[in-house]
Design a binder for this molecule. Sequence first.
Ligand code: SF4
Length: 213
Amino acid sequence: MNIEKTIENLKKNNMETFLVKSREEARVLALSMIPEGAVCAHGGSVTLNECGITEALKCGKYTYLDRNNPALTAEEKEEMMLRAQTCDVYLSSSNAITEEGELYNVDGNSNRVSNLLYGPKKVIFVAGVNKIVKDLDEAVVRVKTVAAPLNCKRLGCNTYCAKEGKCVSLVQGGNMPKGCNSDDRICVNFTVMARQRKKDRVKVILVEEELGY
Ligand code: SF4
C-alpha cells in the first residue's frame, strides 16, 4: 500500500487530503471543518462510529440530521435522509480508495452514494489506511471479500456473503455488478469518484489506523 502516492493522486483529483495518526486526530480535524450551525448528516459507517464522530455531532453546535435517532418513525427517517441530500456537510467513509486517487463506493439503499456525488456543499471522508488498494480491480475485490460480507453480517442481511465470507460472484463468475439475488443485497449501485470539477468540495482524512471494513 502506497500512502504517499494515494494522497498525491487524490489531491491531483481535486480532493483535499490529509493524513493523521489516530482516530482522535481524525475526529478533531473533521469537526474543525464543520461550521457552527451547519446542517450535517452522514452515511452508515463503522469508521465514523469508531472515531467518535457520530457521537460528537450530537453536541448541539450543529443541526445534526440524526437518522439513527430511535425516536424517529420510518417516515421521519426517510424524510431526514431526503433532507440530507441538500445539507451543508456530509460525512462518510469509503469502501475503497485507490492509489490512483479514486474513491469506490457500493451502496444498497444508495442515499449515501447519491449524497457523495451531488448535493451536499461539502463531503468529508474519513478512512483508515486499510481501505487503500492498488487500483479499481482491487477495490472491487475488496468490497466483495471484506466490506460487503462484514457489513451484511453486521446488518443481519440474508446474503451469500454473510454466510460464506465472500460474494457469490467470485464463485459463479461475473464482473463488478454481478452478485446474489437476495432481497437483502447491499451491492446495488457502484460508484467511482475520480477527478472532481468542484475543487476541494471533497475532503479525505486518511488515518494511520485500521478502521471500519
Ligand atoms: S452481491 Fe450479495 S453476495 Fe455479493 S457481496 Fe453483495 S450482498 Fe454479498
